[in-house]
Design a protein around this ligand. Structure first.
Ligand SMILES: [Ca+2]
Ligand SMILES: [Ca+2]
Length: 227
């Protein structure tokens, strides 16, 4: 297999304001350029970057290879030795590819692919659990759990071999839950302000929340000990 595969990655935090709030980055490329995007060659040691360009409001890549082309969504890209990507169509349908320190790991999920036409790809990624839920034209396909501990990085689109066309890229960050606090010192030194699950109106409210939680734990332990 000739490994030609390119990424057009975009910084995950572009357009994303506060990590505690939901926010979305969107590009329809209708202004005719790919400003803000960057190209990356993910295969260790390769330095070719494909033939990426914006034409008629669409991003295209058509560098040839030795077998059928595939498109993909790059979930997290840190460098050419550490990334996670979801390819389609690839093998029996979808292939989730993980590269960890230059070593390749993957999982395959069957899908029927019949013709080249515009389709919607969606990945719902959870960086805490490592779960990637895959959707094709709004239909749920499968959930793959990654093994890599590297669950941050650039997100974007990718194409290999016969190439692909892309449009309407959207990256949405859901609110990240912080809390609840479990220790009293987490409320101190303005620590109470960092929580949003739940949020507190002052340090006293945070302290009282933790005290109640600790008390509940102690009562439960005593109850269990008396059984
Ligand atoms: Ca643009
Ligand atoms: Ca467009």
């Amino acid at each position: 297999m000739k490994k030609i595969f390119m990424l057009l990655g975009i910084m995950l935090f572009v357009g994303l304001a506060n990590h505690c709030e939901a926010s979305t980055f969107f590009d329809d490329f209708n202004d005719g350029n790919a400003d803000g995007w960057s190209a990356h060659s993910p295969y260790p040691g390769r330095s070719d970057f494909g033939n990426w360009r914006v034409e008629d409001g669409i991003v295209k890549q058509d560098n040839g290879g030795d077998h059928n082309g595939y498109a993909g969504i790059t979930v997290w890209y840190q460098d050419d030795k550490n990334w996670v990507d979801v390819f389609y169509p690839y093998g029996i349908g979808f292939r989730v590819m993980e590269v960890i320190d230059g070593n390749f790991y993957y999982g395959d999920y069957p899908t029927i692919f019949s013709e080249r036409k515009w389709q919607d790809l969606k990945i719902d990624a959870n960086s805490i659990t490592g779960e990637l839920a895959i959707y094709l034209d709004d239909e749920y396909i499968a959930t793959h759990t990654v093994v890599t501990p590297n669950r941050t990085g650039l997100s974007g689109i990718s194409s290999g071999n016969a190439g692909g066309s892309f449009d309407d890229f959207s990256l949405t960050s859901k609110p990240i839950l912080v809390g609840p606090p479990t220790k009293l010192n987490q409320c101190a030194k303005k620590g109470w302000k960092t929580f949003n699950n739940p949020s507190f109106k002052n340090q006293g409210a945070c302290v009282s929340y933790v005290q109640k939680a600790i008390l509940k734990k102690i009562k439960k332990a005593i109850k269990n000990a008396n059984k």
